[in-house]
Design a protein around this ligand. Structure first.
Ligand code: NI
Length: 256
């Protein structure tokens, strides 16, 4: 069975058929899903989904796009939400200098405050980092991740950066972008990450893999990511499934 380590099934693009899509998952080979918050409402919705479906777990956090208006009260609300049984990570949190939707100083402040919350609660973090890798690594280096690790979601950097992230104790997650035909460097980067640190994800409804690129993404399509990794590494899809399932369960402390 597949573990989609990063989904947004609460997104409004599933407004019409969310139940159908989610209920089709086990039959489509998707055994577990981490549904990730991106702001306060979606964090709450993630918790609701996790309560409703046995195979969905939740992460709560505020994405760098949304931190401009974030308050200490929100941080307290995240802490309360994180007390729910199936919340297994703080995320997605990080830095995004590509869109710069929030001022960079605020992005840094709230990234750090949310890392500190995760450390206090002994939860792993789900990191979103776009065009900000140096600042992101500098912030991560301030903390001790020997007990609570995390994952660099939707990784698109170099093999050198991946090695640095692995050395710091994090997992590296690949998504639909590695299936794109114009992604020439993906193969080398995927090959460079040790199997025991690999995760797979969809980031649905975004980043739909080939051969469905352009349509809405959902967790079933995580199989195309697994197939691509198997192809790049010259191993079986089953091996990718089993290893990434094992890794995600370790990271998110799921013993189901
Ligand atoms: Ni995401």
């Amino acid at each position: 069975m597949l573990f989609d380590s990063h989904a947004h099934l609460d997104d409004e693009r599933f407004g019409e058929d969310r139940m159908e899509v989610i209920e089709a998952m086990p039959e489509a080979g998707v055994g577990l899903i981490m549904n990730v918050g991106a702001d306060m409402p979606s964090s709450r919705r993630s918790v609701v989904l996790a309560k409703k479906y046995p195979f969905i777990y939740a992460a709560v956090g505020v994405h760098p796009h949304e931190v401009e208006e974030m308050t200490d009260e929100d941080l307290q609300d995240l802490k309360d939400l994180a007390g729910e049984e199936k919340v297994r990570a703080i995320g997605e949190i990080g830095l995004d200098y590509y869109y710069d939707n929030s001022p960079r100083d605020k992005q840094k402040v709230w990234f750090e405050k949310q890392i500190e919350l995760a450390q206090e609660l002994e939860l792993p973090i789900i990191i979103h980092c776009r065009d900000a890798m140096q600042d992101c690594l500098n912030i991560l280096r301030k903390y001790d991740f020997s007990r609570t690790s995390g994952v660099m979601h939707c990784f698109s950097g170099s093999a050198e950066t991946a090695a640095e992230i692995v050395k710091m104790g994090f997992y590296v997650a690949f998504g639909g972008a590695i299936t794109f035909k114009n992604n020439k460097k993906a193969c080398g980067v995927v090959q460079s990450v040790p199997m025991e640190r690999l995760l797979i994800e969809t980031d649905c409804p975004y980043l739909t893999p080939e051969p469905h690129r352009g349509k809405r993404n959902d967790s079933r399509y995580v199989k195309y990511v697994a197939e691509k990794i198997a192809e790049f590494r010259g191993i079986t899809v089953e091996e990718v499934e089993q290893t990434t399932m094992f890794n995600a369960k370790c990271l998110f402390q799921i013993d189901q």
